[in-house]
Design a protein around this ligand. Structure first.
Ligand code: GAR
Length: 208
C-alpha cells in the first residue's frame, strides 16, 4: 500500500475528488495518509479533517525564501514516508531539493493543455483568463509528473472541454474541474499506486 501525501493551498476540490475516489475503492494500492497545506486558511484542511486525514500546515509566509520553504516540505515528506506526492491546487513551485528527492513520484494537476498556458505565473483562475483572452476553442487539464521546471514534467493524461462563447474564467474553470480534473487525477493516482505508469525517454506511458 503506497502512502499518498497531498499538498494543497486552497479550496481543495481536487483533494475531495481523491478522498471520494478512495472511499469508493477506486484508489487501488494507495491511501491518503497526510495533507500538507501552504496556508492555514485553506478550506482543504477542513476537507481532510472531515475525512479523518491528518494535516500539517507549513505556511509559505513563515520562510524567507523558496529554498528554505522547500527544505521544510522535504523534511515533512520524509517524516510521512511519502511514496507518492500529489500537488492538488498547490500554488508554490517547489525547489529542486524536493523534485530531485522524488523523481517521477510527484504528480501535479494543471488546469490547461500543457504546453499552452503553463509555467511560472499560470495558476488558478489566471490560466483560464489567459485562455479566454487568447480565444482558444478547446481547453482542459493536464496530469503530469513534476520535475525541476514549472509544468514541464512528463505528461500522464490530458482531457479537453469546449470553450463556450459566453464563458467567464469561473465557468470555464468549473467545466474543466468537473469534466477533467476531478476524474483524471484520481485515475492517475490509482494507476501510479498500481505501478501502471512507466517512463521511457522522459515520456510517461500508462499501461492499460
Ligand atoms: C485547480 O483548478 C488546479 O488545477 C489549479 O488550481 C485549482 C485548485 O482548485 N492548480 C494550479 O493552477 C496549479 N498550477 P482546488 O483547490 O479546488 O483543487
Amino acid at each position: 500500500m503506497k502512502n499518498i501525501v497531498v499538498l494543497v493551498s486552497g479550496g481543495g476540490t481536487n483533494l475531495q475528488a481523491l478522498i471520494d475516489a478512495e472511499k469508493r475503492g477506486e484508489i487501488r494500492n494507495g491511501k491518503i495518509t497526510c495533507v500538507i497545506s501552504s496556508k492555514d486558511s485553506a478550506y482543504a484542511i477542513e476537507r481532510a479533517a472531515l475525512a479523518g486525514i491528518p494535516s500539517v500546515v507549513i505556511p509559505r509566509a513563515a520562510f524567507p525564501d523558496n529554498r528554505s520553504y522547500s527544505q521544510e516540505i522535504l523534511r515533512e515528506l520524509q517524516k510521512q514516508k511519502a511514496d507518492l506526492i500529489v500537488l492538488a491546487g498547490f500554488m508554490i513551485i517547489l525547489d529542486e531539493c524536493v523534485t530531485r528527492a522524488y523523481p517521477y513520484q510527484i504528480i501535479n494537476v494543471h488546469p490547461a493543455l500543457i504546453p499552452s498556458f503553463c509555467g511560472e505565473g499560470f495558476y488558478g483562475l489566471r490560466v483560464h483568463e489567459k485562455a479566454l483572452e487568447y480565444g482558444v476553442k478547446v481547453s482542459g487539464a493536464t496530469i503530469h509528473f513534476v520535475n525541476e521546471k514549472a509544468d514541464a514534467g512528463a505528461i500522464i493524461m490530458q482531457g479537453t472541454v469546449a470553450v463556450e462563447n459566453d464563458d467567464t474564467p469561473q465557468t470555464l474553470q468549473r467545466r474543466i474541474m468537473e469534466n477533467v480534473e476531478w476524474k483524471l487525477l484520481p485515475r492517475a493516482v490509482s494507476l501510479f499506486c498500481e505501478g501502471r505508469i512507466s517512463v521511457r525517454d522522459g515520456k510517461a506511458y500508462v499501461d492499460l
